[in-house]
Design a protein around this ligand. Structure first.
Ligand SMILES: *Cc1c(COP(=O)(O)O)cnc(C)c1O
Length: 419
């Protein structure tokens, strides 16, 4: 799939004049279009709801946009719950899918009326003693073994820390029914960033079979199945994107095979996609500030791995476009690097690009999810601003850049001599 930036060089210059690089940009029109497609792909299920995974892009303006477009939110920590509350979410518009959960997180989730998804059987008692079990509760399942799609191993659930075994799920349901829980949800997240239309349908088969068995053996009412996240995006230009309509249709077929004949046609389908909702609709914009010619050709930019750590952490590919040079031939081979004292601080290695001049804007694609949010402060580097680009190409800053004062905010400098 050809990668096209959603802003022009002119717009980058206009933003830079007010909000200096580096900054994140988000494409409001793209986000809204994508959400419409997701909702329409699952519209065959009347209870369908996408709970946007807050950890992908934890910004209240983004969450407000999700709310305006009818999504819920999936939170996994105290501060994510606080953000959700600030953006106006409450009750069953919040899914709380955490693990190794501190008590105060459960207490806030409960005060907000969130649906609580328990990661372990020991959390039945833990949550019950803190908050009391609710009428509707969710359980996270880990099937163990290996998870294969089309005969290729995608991941090893047996090595994953999440969820309960099948036996524990049955035991938990029985205990919880005895204590008054009436409606159950089943949740599982087995593979991250899948670029295949088969992942959700394969996962759905496992979860629907389990849900049907639980209903049959215990009489419990299954209110929803939560397919969680894991639907990926094509980071590489030669990869094909997932087809959300094929995915929705694949899940529908399994639903009609497993649930409809058993009279379970009221089970709602939930998802908790983060990457698929936001990934392609955010980018890191950074300026070329140096060039260096040693054993390789380097372009030094004003962003670094603290602003986007996926390449440094996972060796991930992020496509780079030099704004204004979209149609120029890629005659140069560069390493695009930030200024950390770490040699993995490279946004691109041996990348073919048009000739880059100092002052050029580099648009680093597909950073809308798990981009800014994974940022850190190594080397005392600061987090960037975030900018929403509206459908009419006007823009708003939705988070200012950090300043040294923010970086030093947790020190008490009294008795020191700071500026
Ligand atoms: C991270 C996470 C998600 C979102 O995953 P994506 O791959 O970004 O869609 C959803 N649910 C849970 C519980 C998660 O931890």
């Amino acid at each position: 799939m050809k990668k096209t930036p959603f802003i022009s060089r002119q717009l980058a210059e206009a933003i830079d004049a007010k909000i200096p690089t580096p900054f994140y940009v988000y494409d409001e029109a793209g986000i809204v279009r994508n959400i419409e497609n997701i909702k329409s792909a699952f519209s065959w299920n009347s209870g369908f709801k996408e709970y946007f995974a807050v950890k992908a892009t934890p910004n209240p303006f983004i969450l407000k946009l999700m709310k305006e477009n009818g999504l819920g939110v999936d939170c996994s920590s105290l501060t994510e719950l606080m953000l959700a509350e600030a953006a106006g979410f409450s009750g069953d518009d919040i899914m709380f899918s955490s693990n190794e959960t501190p008590a105060e997180d459960y207490v806030l989730a409960d005060r907000l009326g969130a649906i609580v998804n328990l990661d372990d059987i020991t959390h039945v008692d833990f949550f019950d003693s803190l908050c009391g079990l609710k009428e509707t509760m969710s359980l996270r399942y880990n099937p163990g073994g290996v998870f294969t799609v089309s005969n290729s191993i995608m991941d090893n659930p047996q090595d994953a820390k999440y969820g309960m075994t099948g036996d524990q799920i049955f035991e938990a349901v029985k205990i919880m029914m005895d204590r008054g829980v009436k409606h159950f949800g089943i949740h599982s997240f087995l593979v991250s960033n899948t670029v295949t239309n088969d992942y959700y349908p394969m996962l759905a088969r496992q979860l629907f079979d389990l849900a049907a068995k639980i209903s049959e053996k215990t009489g419990a009412h299954i209110a929803f199945v939560n397919l969680s996240g894991g639907v990926g995006i094509p980071y590489l230009p030669d990869q094909d994107a997932n087809d959300i309509f094929a995915i929705g249709d694949g899940v529908r077929k399994v639903y009609e095979e497993v649930f409809i004949p058993r009279g379970m046609g009221d089970v709602a389908i939930y998802t908790e996609m983060g990457r698929y909702v936001m990934g392609p609709y955010g980018a890191l914009v950074t300026k070329a500030i140096h060039e260096k010619h040693i054993y390789k050709e380097y372009i030094g930019v004003d962003a670094c791995a603290v602003n986007l750590m996926r390449p440094a952490m996972y060796g991930s590919y992020h496509h780079v476009t030099v704004l204004g040079k979209e149609d120029e031939p890629c005659t140069c081979t560069y390493d695009i690097v930030g200024g950390l004292c770490e040699n993995n601080d490279k946004f691109a290695i041996d990348r073919k690009l048009p000739k880059i001049e100092k002052g050029d804007y580099l648009f680093i694609h597909d950073a809308g999810a798990h981009g800014f949010s994974m940022g850190y402060n190594y080397n005392g580097k600061l987090r960037s601003a975030e900018v929403m680009v509206h459908p009419d190409q006007s823009f708003d800053m939705i988070r200012r850049a950090e300043t040294p004062k923010d970086y030093f905010a947790t020190f008490d400098f009294s008795g020191f001599n700071l500026g």
